[in-house]
Design a protein around this ligand. Structure first.
Ligand code: ADP
Length: 525
């Protein structure tokens, strides 16, 4: 048995070592790596914002490149394709003017306007080209290696809300031209850049385009938001304009904090589940051990209970067999003892069998119209001799007006025998037993009362459980029993849809009342 107990404990320990310890180590590791996680999130977040800004910038550059390509074709046409230029303007409402002249000679500057010309702009373009020679030289180098780069310049934007894009292009004779496209800045941002922003960001984040020095917001995808820009980058083509991003309601710190909180909550939850698991495991181990003890106590209790009548029977038959007893009365007394002990033995075995049947739900109840008073009379008749011999004063108080009710007579007799045996077993100095019957609120009852040792209050709610025995008190310990009697009574009463009421006081006595439903009251026959 000890080995078995230890085996359960061993399984528990092995489980802890295999599951719990690694899990705790894992939680600790997770907790420890929160800082690293934080950095990783920050990196991921930064990269994501960078990617969005990059894609918006790249998109506007692509648009400009396409425009430049179209313009290059128009410039290459004889007499600068006039009608094509018109459709070039009408398809691109953001463009205010296009400008071109031969780079080296500086001759034949050409400027075409989509609408009313701003005369001062031509001069500004010339100024810009002349004062940015190194920049133009770089564009030339790129063009020689077949890369037509477009650069934005801000000279015009501040005062006029115009932006310029400068680039070089070749005509069919490989002459190099410097070209400039002038756009309405607000329209370019509104009509070209903002749809791309909408497409990229949707509602997930707030994005604004603003002027770097004046902070004027040219575009916001969420007009109602009070935006706190978390990250910004200049528009490649409009150096004075910036794109700023904010995740609505979530700063980077918020994000990190939320994730860290989630991790901590998960770790705590995970460990709570683990602890509950361990507690459950040990509770089961404890229960299993208790069950093992109950089983072994039960076997020894039953053995004891059976041994007493057996030894009595064997002792008296032995004496009678030797024929030493000559006195007929004595002989009669011995036979009676043997008979009584056999009855006791039969009672014990019956109880065990009944219990086994009940456990397997196999006890069949046969109901018939019976009188509770008859049952009490029969029992007193059977137990009369036993009670008197043991020095009991007993009395009955039967309500003679009781009608017959639907009960299983044998089962109710079993229940009463169990209660009577307990009253006998657990009576010490004052040996008194009273059985009464009666009617109480449409129910008939049998009450059995003793003035024995009583039942401690803390045990009272358990004594109807199977195998349960009171372990405190001298007599309770010494008395033989298997702890089944009251659980059988309970089962029988449940089968009768009845009720049991227990009134017991330590050292004063016990009264058990069995209530049976009296259906004749509701449906008189
Ligand atoms: P047992 O075989 O031990 O008598 P029961 O199920 O009949 O088993 O009773 C359970 C316990 O309740 C007993 O061990 C006893 O301690 C207590 N008990 C039952 N009836 C009485 C009573 N009339 N007086 C005192 N204690 C009682």
């Amino acid at each position: 048995m000890k080995f078995f107990k230890d085996k359960i404990l061993l399984s528990g320990i092995i489980l802890i070592v295999i599951i719990v310890v690694p899990s705790f180590i894992f939680s600790l590791y997770q907790y420890g790596s929160i800082d690293t996680e934080e950095e990783v999130i920050e990196d991921v977040y930064e990269n994501q914002l960078d990617a969005i800004l990059l894609s918006i910038n790249q998109y506007s550059t692509d648009i400009l490149n396409a425009w430049v390509k179209d313009l290059n074709q128009i410039v290459n046409m004889a007499d600068i394709g006039k009608t094509e230029l018109e459709s070039f303007f009408s398809n691109r409402k953001q463009i205010i003017a296009v400008y071109a002249r031969e780079l080296d000679s500086g001759e034949a500057p050409f400027i075409a306007w989509a609408g009313t010309p701003f005369t001062h702009v031509s001069a500004q373009i010339e100024d810009y080209i002349n004062s940015n020679e190194p920049l133009i030289a770089r564009l030339k180098e790129h063009l020689e290696s077949n890369y037509q780069q477009v650069l934005g310049f801000d000279v015009l934007s501040e005062k006029t809300n115009l932006s310029g894009f400068v680039f070089l292009m070749k005509d069919l004779q490989d002459n190099i031209y410097v070209g400039v496209i002038i756009v309405n800045t607000n329209r370019f941002i509104d009509e070209i850049i903002s749809p791309k922003i909408q497409e990229t960001a949707g509602n997930k984040m707030n994005i604004v385009v603003y002027h770097n020095t004046t902070d004027e917001i040219i575009y916001a995808n969420n007009a109602n938001a009070d935006i706190q820009v978390q990250k910004s980058k200049e528009l490649w083509l409009m150096p004075n304009y910036f794109i700023g991003i904010e995740l609505p309601g979530k700063t980077l710190d918020d994000l990190v904090n939320r994730r860290v909180t989630t991790i901590i909550v998960l770790i705590v939850l995970f460990n709570l589940i683990l602890i509950t698991g361990i507690w459950y495991l040990f509770r089961n181990i404890k229960r299993e051990r208790e069950l093992i003890k109950i089983r072994s106590d039960f076997v020894s209790n039953v053995s004891h209970e059976i041994r007493t009548p057996l030894s009595m029977i064997s002792m008296f038959t032995e004496t009678l067999k030797l024929n030493r007893i000559k006195d007929e009365n004595k002989k009669k007394e011995y036979y009676n003892i043997i008979y009584q002990e056999t009855k006791r033995l039969t009672g014990i075995v019956n109880n065990l069998l009944n219990f086994a049947k009940m456990e397997n739900n196999k006890r069949v109840y046969t109901f018939g119209r019976e009188s509770l008073n008859d049952i009490v009379r029969d029992i007193f008749y059977t137990y009369k001799f036993d009670l008197e011999k043991k020095g009991f004063v007993y009395e009955s108080s039967l309500d003679e007006n009781l009608s017959h009710i639907d009960i299983d007579k044998d089962a109710v007799t079993d229940a009463l025998v169990n209660l009577l045996n307990n009253a006998i077993k657990y009576s010490a100095e004052e040996k008194f037993i009273k059985i009464s019957t009666g009617k109480d609120n449409k129910k008939q009852f049998i009450a059995i009362e003793d003035r024995g040792i009583g039942i401690p209050e803390r045990d009272q709610k358990h004594i109807f459980d199977k195998f349960y025995r009171v372990t405190s008190g001298d007599l309770a310990q010494k008395a033989e029993g298997s702890g089944l009697g009251l659980s059988i009574v309970k089962h029988i009463m449940e089968a009768h849809q009845g009720e049991i009421v227990l009134n017991s006081k330590l050292n004063e006595g016990t009264k058990v009342i069995l209530y049976f439903p009296d259906k004749t009251e509701n449906n008189p026959t």
